[in-house]
Design a protein around this ligand. Sequence first.
Ligand SMILES: [Zn+2]
Ligand SMILES: [Zn+2]
Ligand SMILES: [Zn+2]
Ligand SMILES: [Zn+2]
Ligand SMILES: [Zn+2]
Ligand SMILES: [Zn+2]
Length: 297
Amino acid sequence: MAQFSKEELSFVEDLPKHVEIECPVCLNVLTDPYIVSCCGYNFCGSCFEIVKASINGSCPMCKEKEYQAIPDKKCSRIINGLEVYCSNKEKGCQWKGELKNISTHRNKEKREGECQYEEVKCRYKKCRERKQRRYLKDHEDNKCLQRPFECQYCKIKHTFVSITEYHYDRCRQYPVTCPKKCSSTTMPRYKITENIHINECPLEPVDCQFDEYLPKSLKIFGKLTYKAITWPTNRERDVKVDTDVPLLGDTESTYQPLPHDILNGIISCEGTLPQGVIKIELARHMTFMIDTATIYT
Ligand SMILES: [Zn+2]
Ligand SMILES: [Zn+2]
Ligand SMILES: [Zn+2]
Ligand SMILES: [Zn+2]
Ligand SMILES: [Zn+2]
Ligand SMILES: [Zn+2]
């Protein structure tokens, strides 16, 4: 029987007045009590062993050197038979039983045990948390920061805290977005860190492969008419632009090879539109135009 102090136990009935249930040596409730012949006190069996082995071995109560000690079966029966509530009664445990059974019921410090309200340590060594048994499984399976955890991106295994707080910042497979914020959806991080995405990112500046189409002057104007679809009515109409429209505004413009699909949408145009060159932000430069007009192709 594990040792309990009197204060730790909650007795169902008042304690018998004629029996001292506390050991004068360890001050816990007597365990396997012995009785001494000198003064008649009881000690736990294990406490008595310690006394006997000590330097003078005299009785701790009356200091007598010569005495006999025998197991006190009657005292043992009385103590073992005392009815107690579970020490976790306050937390909700309904158990009530003989003192001799409480240690089995509580099974202190062990993960497994009958009492679901007993606080025990989480199974993972690094975790300092203590939980009532009834919450332990959920803690260990779903909440413990030290539980084994697998990175869902690269399948590496470690503790939950190290995967989520350290590994995710470094994982090669972790989904990230383009730092230039291009329209690509997420991609594994290594595509960025290993300069793979840079080759496919439309926002990455590249040398123009169509040098031959580049106009000498970066300002090209045209008078033109084109079909526009107005938003939100979705009606198509011809738009005539009487002023010079900058077809190519600045060096930031994007050059597209053969933009015939767009150029073909232009019905008429004074002068020659340079082949292969289109001002992408055409609409913004047109003084009267609604921003949502699109070139009809
Ligand atoms: Zn004595
Ligand atoms: Zn004792
Ligand atoms: Zn209990
Ligand atoms: Zn834990
Ligand atoms: Zn990973
Ligand atoms: Zn990109």
